[in-house]
Design a binder for this molecule. Structure first.
Ligand SMILES: Cc1cc2nc3c(=O)[nH]c(=O)nc-3n(C[C@H](O)[C@H](O)[C@H](O)COP(=O)(O)OP(=O)(O)OC[C@H]3O[C@@H](n4cnc5c(N)ncnc54)[C@H](O)[C@@H]3O)c2cc1C
Length: 138
């Protein structure tokens, strides 16, 4: 038994087209650094339900009619998913010495709630170069 987790950014053209609406993994709405996708699948499913209920009233499932779904998930999740994708890409390029320094920082920093955001915030303070290019998302 096995499974795959997408570590790519979201679909360029979005998660909708005429008569098509993708949720969760199918739309690559999954955290590229943690591999967490259950809450994203549930949330996009909820958004889809809301929008499709409206579409069912008119029978219009065009890309235009599905647009509110695209806005809902992007407003809530897009920045975070992009930030974590940038972080994952950067992590893959770091040398052992820098990774050791980051581990030391994380183990000694006073981080009460361990989230990707809080870890990146601590890293940004001490090692701004590591988050260069996506610092605005932290
Ligand atoms: C090994 C592993 C560990 C993971 N651990 C975590 C974790 O700890 N926390 C977390 O948040 N996320 C985790 N994930 C990610 C999480 O499982 C997914 O992001 C989430 O299940 C996505 O939900 P989904 O509904 O989009 O897709 P899925 O859960 O993949 O559901 C899609 C369903 O569609 C069915 N299907 C496919 N094709 C067809 C077809 N043609 N006709 C009918 N049915 C079809 C499939 O059988 C499946 O039941 C993990 C993933 C893997 C692989």
């Amino acid at each position: 038994m096995g499974g795959f987790v997408s570590t790519c950014p979201g679909l360029e053209d979005g998660a909708i087209a005429d008569n098509i609406l993708l949720v969760g993994d199918a739309a690559r709405i999954i955290d590229p650094i943690t591999g967490g996708g259950i809450c994203h699948a549930c949330r996009t499913g909820m958004y889809a339900g809301k929008v499709l209920t409206e579409c069912a009233k008119t029978g219009d499932y065009s890309k235009k009619a599905l647009q509110p779904y695209e806005k809902m998930w992007r407003d809530r999740m897009e920045d975070k998913l992009y930030r974590n994708w940038f972080a994952k890409e950067r992590l893959a390029t770091l040398d052992d010495d820098t990774i050791n320094q980051l581990m030391k920082l994380i183990s000694t920093a006073d981080i009460k709630n361990v989230t990707v955001y809080n870890l990146l915030k601590a890293i940004k303070e001490k090692f701004p170069k590591v988050v260069e290019g996506f610092e605005d998302l932290i």
